[in-house]
Design a protein around this ligand. Structure first.
Ligand code: SF4
Length: 413
């Protein structure tokens, strides 16, 4: 099967909102979000982090607005930010109003701790006047206590009911510029909550597994929840919540969307074989060196590092570019065709150089410029490796032969 023919692009229809210049929902590209960890009052430090997040793949960045100094910081951050800025609001309605004054592109309100209907409606009216969207950010950990009691816990139904109640207040003031999240730290609860939210609302959904924790577990939990829903067509924007540098969140979000084919690849996609007994190099080290060298180039191609020339070029023939090791040589291949053979210690440098030239000249031109003798050299190396080790790398056939001989000899070898 041609794996590239499979698409997850079919989305459940939602209405569209705009967070500053970034459209969310209604068929817009799924956007990546992250949140700064600096004090928002620290304008330069926060902007530095926002730039790093944007470079790593964040389309929208959220900053806490928890005090007057944070709101004042936002007034200076928003006009200088490369991406739209959303203010995160808990408990204090006056902080929501101050953030709007600061010119933020969106608000996130937590209905679990901002509970007074008149205050919520006041914020919605002010947001409406300014054309600023609001995320109803329900969180299982801070669910409204009444709902917790009524539903017997932070169940998927309770999370969705919390969002529905907030929406009803927004409806009263004719405010509809809304996206919704129903996050939980339990992946099954989060998945069920978003499925229910998707059936209940036509507003765009912001996906996330909250408090997922440090790497690598946090990454796995976030991916399990977010990817499951995206594959079902649910979700319009997302955030990984990792106990890590937020750059990791932005990077993870972007890479997940690229891996699912939901956003175009904008940087390197390095694939590498898992290595096995046939490997002719230390695949882990070579892959890491290649990743570091190629990351700096920011070339939007798929590059393969394969441990042996016996299987490597064939197994990675879908890659734009790759290298496979064998007999102390690196076999450079483009779309499965060997184009050059280099000494093993020049493998990574040759790979980087070829990636750069592909970016400049294109794949067809680099294929046309291939070394005519390279394929023969690779074939000879492949044959020699097969001759040396046989087709059976694990020597299973040899072992079976010995077992049979032992059985035939009545137990004595
Ligand atoms: S490419 Fe070669 S070394 Fe890597 S997993 Fe496949 S057979 Fe093993």
């Amino acid at each position: 099967m041609d794996v590239t023919a499979v698409s997850l692009a079919d989305r459940r229809p939602t209405r569209r909102i705009n967070v500053g210049s970034v459209p969310v929902g209604g068929g817009a590209p799924i956007s990546v979000q992250s949140m700064t960890t600096t004090k928002t009052a620290d304008v330069e430090g926060t902007l530095q982090q926002i730039y790093a997040l944007a470079a790593a793949g964040a389309d929208i960045v959220r900053c806490t607005c928890n005090e007057q100094a944070a709101a004042e910081g936002l007034a200076q951050i928003v006009p200088r930010s490369p991406v739209p800025v959303v203010a995160d609001i808990h408990f204090h309605v006056e902080m929501a109003l101050a953030a709007l004054e600061a010119g933020v592109h969106g608000l996130r309100l937590n209905p679990g701790n901002l509970r007074k209907p008149e205050e919520i409606k006041l914020v919605a009216r002010e947001a409406k006047d300014r054309g600023v969207p609001i995320r109803i950010g329900v969180n299982a950990g801070s669910l409204h206590p009444e709902l917790y009691e009524r539903f017997g816990g932070a169940t998927p139904e309770a999370l969705v009911e919390s969002a529905r109640m907030e929406l009803a207040l927004f409806d009263e003031v004719d405010f509809h510029d809304v996206k919704i999240s129903v996050k939980a730290s339990s992946v099954p609860t989060m998945i069920a909550a978003y499925r229910l939210a998707s059936e209940t609302f036509d507003h765009p959904l912001h996906l996330g597994v909250t408090e997922a924790g440090p790497l690598p577990g946090g990454l796995i939990k976030g991916t399990a929840g977010i990817a499951t829903l995206l594959a079902e067509g649910i979700g319009d924007t997302l955030r990984y919540s990792l106990t890590a540098d937020p750059v990791e969140e932005a990077r993870a979000g972007r890479q997940l969307l690229e891996a699912l084919g939901l956003r175009e690849r904008r940087g390197l996609d390095l694939i590498a074989c898992p290595s096995c007994g046939r490997a002719e190099i230390d695949v882990i080290t070579v892959a890491r060196d290649a990743q570091e060298a190629l990351d700096a180039l920011e070339v939007p191609i798929q590059v393969a590092v394969m441990g042996c020339v016996v299987n490597g070029p064939g197994e990675a023939r879908h890659a734009d570019l790759g290298i496979a090791a064998g007999r102390r040589r690196g076999h450079l291949f483009i779309r499965g065709q060997i184009v050059r053979v280099v000494p093993e210690d020049e493998m990574v440098a040759a790979l980087v150089e070829e990636a750069r030239r592909i970016a400049e000249e294109g794949i067809e031109a680099r294929l046309a410029a291939r070394d005519a003798a390279a394929e023969d050299v690779a074939a000879a190396d492949r044959a020699a490796l097969l001759e040396n080790r046989g087709l059976d790398a694990n020597r299973s056939g040899e072992r079976i032969e010995r077992i049979r001989r032992r059985a035939g000899d009545g137990g004595a070898e």
